[in-house]
Design a protein around this ligand. Structure first.
Ligand SMILES: *[C@@H]1O[C@H](CO)[C@@H](O)[C@H](O)[C@H]1NC(C)=O
Ligand SMILES: *[C@@H]1O[C@H](CO)[C@@H](O)[C@H](O)[C@H]1NC(C)=O
Ligand SMILES: *[C@@H]1O[C@H](CO)[C@@H](O)[C@H](O)[C@H]1NC(C)=O
Ligand SMILES: *[C@@H]1O[C@H](CO)[C@@H](O)[C@H](O)[C@H]1NC(C)=O
Ligand SMILES: *[C@@H]1O[C@H](CO)[C@@H](O)[C@H](O)[C@H]1NC(C)=O
Ligand SMILES: *[C@@H]1O[C@H](CO)[C@@H](O)[C@H](O)[C@H]1NC(C)=O
Ligand SMILES: *[C@@H]1O[C@H](CO)[C@@H](O)[C@H](O)[C@H]1NC(C)=O
Ligand SMILES: *[C@@H]1O[C@H](CO)[C@@H](O)[C@H](O)[C@H]1NC(C)=O
Ligand SMILES: *[C@@H]1O[C@H](CO)[C@@H](O)[C@H](O)[C@H]1NC(C)=O
Ligand SMILES: *[C@@H]1O[C@H](CO)[C@@H](O)[C@H](O)[C@H]1NC(C)=O
Length: 406
């Protein structure tokens, strides 16, 4: 059905009740003519800057939960009373529908998995003319692999940095083994010829930094809840590790997420990407959770913040741990068995803890909207926020002073 037809049907169906889709959305030709300079018919070498507000927006959610796939979405659909389904052009064919509560106060989107789905879906949402997201808080809430040194099965991590580690050259082992036997992996940062050098050129999505103060508020609130501790089998698997964090019960941690379309596992790539995270963030970021989307979503938010359509300062990145990103010592010679044939005890605790740990922030936002969150001053960032280019202003505290952009 065409969008116009949907609008027509919606307005008929809702004739009796106040419904936002009743608002007229016809193009005003007079206003258009005034806004667009008359063409002279000549090539003028225009440099037209396009930017727009959202005069037709009818939804102004205060909080938006971002899930990546069904398993991450469903606990939210169960926990909150989402009574509105809104289909939005440009979302994943698997998840074309946004869910909202009464009055469109809290909404939820499922982006689809991986960097392409996340970037495309978040862009489509944030450009949609029906949504005014200028004051909306976004909670990216997904599951992730966890580093045993910092977290455990069911653990909840809130990131300040998101680092994209897949943007690299890659050689297969058999192709470098005879010349570079000391290499830990076949990954090499762009613009360099070795593993450990800061990239000579960047694409701009390698590192994002989000609002630390808001992140810390989310952590403070999440620390007060009773997390789901997981299954007996989770407990058994945790006990295989030596690290205190891995052996313990799930808690809430401040540490950083990395993004890679490539779903890697094991000690060597874990070590290599941990190093790369330090390198890319000037030593600031500590990689503890691995995901496939966050940098992509943050890239979309960065671009839209630049035109005032969202507030990058209002983004929180939360990842709960569904499985370990590297084997316990007893399986260190058998990463295959660890990854494909081990029972880590199931991912239910990580799924449930998405809601348990994320809800207090959402509740805080709704309850204290007028006093605190609408203006956004109390938790406004004190750290640099944004990408490696300084797109949103300020000077990144990572990276280096100049890059070749390639
Ligand atoms: C269309 O735009 C013009 C100029 O901005 C305005 O005067 C007029 O009221 C608008 N018409 C409608 C139907 O909104
Ligand atoms: C809204 O979407 C959910 C999940 O996608 C679905 O279970 C539910 O049936 C939908 N509700 C309506 C009224 O279509
Ligand atoms: C929804 O909006 C109406 C009208 O502004 C208000 O009376 C009602 O309390 C709101 N409901 C919720 C759940 O916020
Ligand atoms: C990905 O995002 C994280 C923060 O969530 C940031 O620290 C990291 O630098 C980003 N990486 C890339 C490659 O964009
Ligand atoms: C890798 O190279 C070393 C010598 O540098 C050789 O002993 C080993 O067999 C090679 N391994 C493979 C899988 O090619
Ligand atoms: C998890 O374990 C801790 C420590 O024993 C306990 O305080 C907490 O209540 C448990 N959580 C749940 C949901 O049972
Ligand atoms: C882990 O602990 C076991 C027993 O306490 C010890 O033998 C082993 O060396 C430790 N492994 C690592 C990697 O620390
Ligand atoms: C990580 O960095 C440390 C210190 O520079 C180095 O000793 C180690 O070999 C590196 N590991 C990997 C996997 O690159
Ligand atoms: C790993 O080491 C254990 C203990 O030394 C051994 O029993 C097992 O066969 C090894 N597995 C592989 C895949 O090498
Ligand atoms: C990187 O860290 C060093 C040492 O902490 C600091 O002097 C330098 O200014 C930082 N670089 C950037 C780009 O912030």
């Amino acid at each position: 059905m065409k969008f116009s037809a949907i609008l027509a049907v919606a307005s008929v169906l809702s004739a009796a009740v106040a419904h936002p889709l009743q608002h007229k959305r016809a193009i005003n030709d007079t206003a258009l003519e005034e806004a667009i300079p008359a063409s002279t018919g000549k090539k003028t070498g225009d440099n037209i800057q396009t930017s727009y507000g959202k005069p037709f927006a009818v939804y102004q959610p205060k909080a938006f939960v971002i899930s990546m796939f069904e398993l991450e979405r469903d606990p939210w659909l169960k926990a909150l009373d989402f009574i509105h389904n809104i289909t939005v052009p440009g979302l994943s064919p698997l998840y074309p529908t946004i869910h909202c509560t009464t009055n469109y106060t809290i909404c939820q989107i499922t982006t689809g998995e991986g960097e392409i789905n996340a970037a495309a879906s978040v862009t489509a949402l944030t450009l949609n003319p029906l949504f005014d997201l200028t004051k909306t808080y976004f909670l990216i809430a997904g599951i992730a692999g966890g580093e045993p040194q910092y977290t455990t099965l069911g653990g909840v991590t809130f990131a300040k940095y998101a680092v994209q580690v897949g943007l690299e050259y890659q050689l297969d082992f058999l192709d470098y083994n005879n010349t570079n036997p000391d290499w830990i992996s076949g990954y090499i940062p762009y613009g360099t010829d070795n593993q450990d050098t800061y990239p000579g050129n960047v694409y701009g999505t390698e590192v994002f930094e989000v609002n630390e103060k808001l992140r810390d508020r989310a952590v403070e609130l999440a620390l007060k809840v009773d997390l789901n501790n997981g299954t007996e089998a989770n407990a058994k698997f945790r006990a295989l590790y030596n690290e205190t964090a891995a052996r313990g019960l799930p808690s809430v941690y401040k540490c950083d997420v990395l993004t890679s379309d490539n779903y890697f596992t094991g000690n060597r790539l874990g070590d290599y990407f941990a190093n790369l995270t330090k390198l890319m963030s000037n030593g600031s970021a500590t990689y503890c959770s691995t995901a496939q989307e966050d940098n992509a979503s943050l890239e979309a938010f960065t671009r839209l913040d630049k035109y005032g359509l969202v507030d990058f300062d209002r983004v929180v990145v939360m990842r709960t741990i569904s499985d370990f990103s590297r084997p316990p010592p007893s399986l260190s010679n058998d990463t295959y068995k660890f990854f494909f044939d081990s029972n880590q005890g199931g991912i239910d605790a990580s799924l449930e803890n998405l809601v348990l740990a994320g809800t207090p922030l959402i509740h805080d936002i709704i309850t204290n909207w007028d006093k605190v969150y609408e203006k956004g001053q109390k938790y406004s960032s004190k750290n640099y926020v944004g990408d490696i280019y300084g797109t949103l202003g300020g000077t990144p505290d990572f990276g280096k002073s100049s890059f070749e952009i390639a």
